[in-house]
Design a protein around this ligand. Sequence first.
Ligand code: SAM
Ligand code: SF4
Length: 339
Amino acid sequence: MQKSNNTLIDSFGRKIDYIRISVTKNCNFRCKYCMPNTPEIIEEDLIPLPKMLEFLKISMDFGVKKIRITGGEPLLRKDLPTFIKGIYNYKNDVEVSLTTNAFLLKKYAKELKDAGLKRINVSLDSLDSKKIIIISKKDALQNVLDSIKEAKSVGLGIKLNMVPLKNINDNEIISLLEFALQNGFLIRYIEYMNNIFASSQIQGLRGEEILKIISQKYNFKMLQKENFGPAKLYEINSIKEGLLSNATNNLDVKKFTFGIIAPHNDDFCTSCNRIRLTSDGIICPCLYFEDAVDISQAIRNGDREEMINGLLDSIKNKPEKNKWQENIQSSRAFYHTGG
Ligand code: SAM
Ligand code: SF4
């Protein structure tokens, strides 16, 4: 690991300028792929957000330019807008974003926008309320759609995340793409990642399978990899002959881009630029790698030197590749690392 001009470069020459921070393990959903069987409330000794902010300030001093707030469900932390304002007050050119299931977003959208937030990622796996219940164990669709509308109306940019699951929502890959298209949103499909907390009955679709489904209706080409992100981007050229529908009749589909996040692919880690901080103060240099650096005491005590040591250690320990293998289940919970 080198540190030059306050830049974090790992042992494989990758510049680390992105932190994902999970602000709680708790969630008001119980998604099949994430935490279907956890108790309603997970006991946690939350680190106060003003203390987390001090760590983020150090990270920004070391060149972090992008911060994503995630969870669990981040909107369960009521002081989130103040936290976001604090980040922007320290550095106004940092890119802050939020990943949420949107259940509580309607109430907070304006406050978040006023705090400086520009964009959000909303996890939306279906447009069918019954399926949302099957996937998340919550009758949430109407709330989520109202929240999305509100977020759009206050001027937040919206990117949808969908995890396609075999025989559950894989028949909605195109309808969610068209929902995004109609509303001027972006969309990313995420390959389901095996983990011991997920339901054992589910099977996700691989990137190639998702592309095959989209290709039944649309002609598209691959673009470059996403700046700042692990997604591969695709650009739609046209709808296949004879497949114009009400949903797409008046839409300009040309140049609409969608993304696929495929961590099972070999080239996924080459441009990885991120580390993760959990709500209990652990830095995870990689989602699929068990090593981690515990800086909880340093954060709680406001110990700047120890926070810096922890940050530098985590960059030093960042592996070249994730340890994901077919048939191996991760013991890292997504609701802990933030996904
Ligand atoms: N609760 C928020 C939400 O769902 O948007 C934020 C936290 S959630 C852990 C962050 C992202 O991780 C979501 O987009 C979710 O779909 C994704 N995710 C969770 N478990 C996953 C899994 N097993 N495989 C792939 N993506 C997963
Ligand atoms: Fe909650 Fe997000 Fe996990 Fe679903 S994916 S259970 S919304 S943390």
